[in-house]
Write a protein that binds this ligand. Sequence first.
Ligand code: AMP
Length: 215
Amino acid sequence: MRLILIGPPGSGKGTQAKLLSQKFGLCHFGTGDILREAVRLSTPAGKQAQPYVSSGQLVPDDLVNEMVADRFRRDDRPENFVMDGYPRTLAQAASFDQVLRQQFLDLNCVVVLLVPDEEIVRRLSGRRFCPKCQATYHILFKPPKTAGICDECGSALVQREDDKEGTVRKRLQIYHQNNVDLLTQYHNQKLVREVDGVGPIEVVFAKIAEVCKMH
Ligand code: AMP
């Protein structure tokens, strides 16, 4: 099974991709995670990506295309995968299409998670994490015992730069702008399956498995 998960930031793409990879043995390819790790390690790609990632803007297409193409050209390229956060623009879709064709791999489906913008803002702007032990919290759904303090190690919790409300709204705007063209292309290929992304994780997961006919 080879699928692309599309959805706004905070729609649960990462969580669902992880579950899909565990349950169906797919390689989970999350460009956001890979880029954040590159930024943390200060690799050459990470240094280039840093200003974009922290301000919620898209990293230039060439950089992310090269990163993905590189992975697919290796001998241990993924045969079955779930793409999480890539492609995000028409130029990325065109590049990915070419990479897959070179590798003789067909896509099976493109799942779009539908979540209203206000729900996304509520989910993302409430997230907090501990810079020391990396524990994660949410001010509404998983609050720490003492507001602003990590339960595990007592450090002051912080908000990720790209979770701040203004940045989230900007990321949503960018998502909607790019998505129109991106989805038109996959609609034409009859690959798109829309799934309601609001609700318990297991319910959303079951719907994805159903529309992709994975049992
Ligand atoms: P995500 O966790 O998928 O929302 O990604 C976090 C950040 O990484 C985004 O706000 C972008 O700055 C960058 N990023 C991730 N995937 C891509 C992509 N396919 N194209 C451009 N930038 C990306």
